[in-house]
Design a protein around this ligand. Structure first.
Ligand code: DGL
Length: 251
């Protein structure tokens, strides 16, 4: 691989694929390295120190491979570590996902809103700043403990049971749902089934647009030539995970 060629993306598992899919729409010719840290999944209930340490190890490996930009496709890692990583690694741009709560403020301010995210994201300083800046006073913050984990596992029955238990009481009471964890867009249909007609807010399309702007600004983008490539690496070397990743990608 030539110097500064690939865009690196990571998450605590395959959830970040929902971010990669949006990125591919605007940057189809790039080389991507996707790192799924399933060995350490879930990130949602780990301490800030532990997440910083995990992220640092991942970033060091990306830097060794001369990646040109790093996408943090995990809301929890973004909330807890993005600032730390940006301060520590000043030569590489970090593009970090965050819950699309500002979009609710911009487009649906008066409507009751449910923010679904990990406990780590909801308790983080970064999310609290965002929440208090754009609070519409009609928002329920729902830490979905364990949900990313069962989405990662991919067991439909367990997912349905979880959603029924945790979301049914909000049916008819919320109009907007912020998908504040990158695993959740994978179960958007199942969430809709329990909550009824709601509008979903997902930060991934905005991240993709921002990544494109950053690459263009730094003259690092590759918008010509062949279709891009995607390399998938899973920290637990799970072949099944790899298979599922590419199946979801092609859907
Ligand atoms: N996809 C991660 C996020 O966006 C999942 C976190 C977890 O592993 O708990 O927060």
């Amino acid at each position: 691989m030539n110097k500064n060629e690939a865009i690196a993306i990571f998450d605590s598992g395959i959830g970040g694929i929902t971010v990669l899919k949006e990125i591919l729409k605007v940057l189809p010719n790039e080389k991507y390295i996707y790192y799924s840290d399933s060995k350490n999944n879930p990130y949602g209930d780990k301490s800030d120190r532990k997440i910083n340490e995990l992220c640092e190890n991942i970033v060091n490996a990306f830097i060794k491979q001369n990646c040109k930009a790093i996408v943090i496709a995990c809301n929890t890692a973004s909330a807890k570590s993005a600032q730390y990583l940006r301060e520590k690694y000043t030569d590489i741009p970090f593009i970090a996902i965050e819950p699309a709560y500002k979009m609710v403020y911009d487009y649906a301010y008066n409507e009751p809103t449910l923010v679904m995210a990990t406990k780590g994201t909801i308790e983080s300083e970064k999310f609290n700043l965002l929440y208090h800046t754009y609070d519409n006073h009609k928002t329920i913050l729902l830490p979905c403990v364990g949900l990313a984990n069962i989405v990662e596992e991919g067991n439909r029955e367990k997912i349905k049971k979880y959603l029924k238990e945790h979301l049914e009481s909000y049916r008819g009471k919320v109009k907007n749902v912020v998908l504040g964890c990158t695993h959740y867009p994978l179960i958007q249909d199942e969430i809709q089934e329990v909550l009824g007609e709601v509008t979903f807010f997902n930060g991934a399309p905005y991240l993709a647009k921002h990544l494109k702007e950053v690459l263009e600004e730094k003259d690092l983008s590759n918008n010509k030539g062949k279709k891009g490539t995607i390399q998938f690496i899973d920290s637990s070397n799970d072949e099944q995970k790899k298979k599922r990743f590419f199946e979801i990608l092609e859907k």
